[in-house]
Design a protein around this ligand. Structure first.
Ligand SMILES: Cc1cc2nc3c(=O)[nH]c(=O)nc-3n(C[C@H](O)[C@H](O)[C@H](O)COP(=O)(O)OP(=O)(O)OC[C@H]3O[C@@H](n4cnc5c(N)ncnc54)[C@H](O)[C@@H]3O)c2cc1C
Length: 314
């Protein structure tokens, strides 16, 4: 078997190789593709196109409509510390800040995290609740697809044959009075993946502390995504619907956690039983909602919210 390798420095050249070599696969940071092969999970593809030197996939920009456009090569380290992300898309910073180790965060990319299509991919829940849209390109076409629709199962995406590159992700501006948070259950603080994770987005009307102590505010809209409880990362719509119009208090968050757990069908595996996962969905959903509502109300909940949530009662 012959192995092929290309390291183009222009997007058109990468797309050309991917179009003419049906077995070719892109590699960005290699922290999933290469590490997975070394651990024996799956063999390396026969043909690899390194995309890490392509300027069109790098960088970030703020668009005039307030959305943030992230190049596919954006690293977790950048997402965890960039002022724009921490202030406006805080759940994304929460998620990126707890990926792997400092080395993983410096090398692993946003594009790789999405296209690896893991049900435990950290950044995907925050992107889904933010309504983010990915751009997928082939040598002949370009289309936009909601990040929520990119993964179709573990390791499988909606990208068609030839449509092998995700070039960028557009994250719309969050509405006034909103906040977001990502909380995962983890057995250790580093080199870990989510046993269960929850992302919450909360938009408030009126003014109140997010803990509900001053119950003058009501929840205008809530969005919840669940990580590592289904073949893909999913929205918990029944739980979201329970929150609209309610005060952002512990009782509302607990009820939403119960609704999310009731609607989920987690599996048992080496990391947790289905029963334990279901019980933990309630906990992480309530904690993510609490952190998101506090942020929506202007309180300072430090990044990553996971560490805050597990160290403090909600
Ligand atoms: C020790 C360790 C700890 C980790 N911890 C976490 C964790 O806590 N949370 C978590 O979510 N992940 C974790 N990961 C997984 C991994 O680091 C992330 O998913 C990372 O974002 C992958 O990015 P990458 O650039 O390295 O992907 P790569 O390995 O380069 O690629 C991954 C997949 O995506 C495809 N791909 C990459 N870029 C593109 C693109 N632009 N367009 C189309 N396809 C593309 C590749 O073909 C491949 O199939 C960990 C990995 C390691 C090794």
């Amino acid at each position: 078997m012959s192995h092929r390798w290309a390291a183009p420095t222009a997007l058109a050249d990468a797309l050309g190789v991917l179009a003419t070599d049906p077995g070719a696969r892109p590699v960005a940071g290699g922290t999933d593709l290469v590490v997975g092969s070394r651990q024996g999970r799956r063999p390396l593809p026969d043909s690899i196109v390194a995309i890490d030197r392509i300027p069109e996939l790098a960088g970030q920009r703020a668009d005039p409509d307030g959305s943030l456009v992230l190049g596919a090569l954006t690293s977790h380290a950048w997402l965890a510390s960039a002022d724009a992300v921490v202030s406006s898309w805080t759940a994304l910073a929460d998620a990126a800040a707890i990926v792997g180790s400092p080395a993983t965060r410096g090398t692993g990319t946003l594009g790789g995290n999405i296209m690896n299509a893991s049900p435990a991919a950290e950044t995907v829940g925050p992107l889904i609740v933010a309504g983010a849209v990915a751009t997928l390109v082939s040598s002949t076409a370009k289309r936009q697809l909601a990040v929520a629709e990119v993964a179709t199962g573990p390791g499988r995406t909606a990208a068609t044959a030839g449509e092998l590159l995700l070039t960028e992700v557009r994250v719309p501006a969050p509405p006034e009075g909103s906040g977001s948070a990502y909380v995962r259950l983890e057995y250790r603080a580093a080199m870990e993946i989510a046993v269960v994770g929850a992302t919450a987005f909360v938009a408030l009307d009126g003014s109140a502390g997010g803990d509900g102590s001053a119950a003058r505010a009501t929840i205008r809209e809530a969005r919840i995504a669940l990580t590592a409880v289904a073949p893909t990362i999913i929205r918990a719509t029944a739980a979201e619907e329970r929150l609209a119009g309610r005060s952002p208090d512990a009782a509302a968050f607990a009820a939403a956690g119960q609704a999310a757990a009731a609607a989920a069908s987690p599996i048992s595996d080496v990391r947790a039983s289905a029963e334990y996962r279901r019980a933990m969905i309630e906990v992480v959903v309530a904690r993510a909602l609490s952190a998101a509502a506090r942020r929506a109300a202007g309180e300072d909940v430090p990044v990553p919210a996971s560490r805050w949530a597990h160290g403090q009662e909600v």
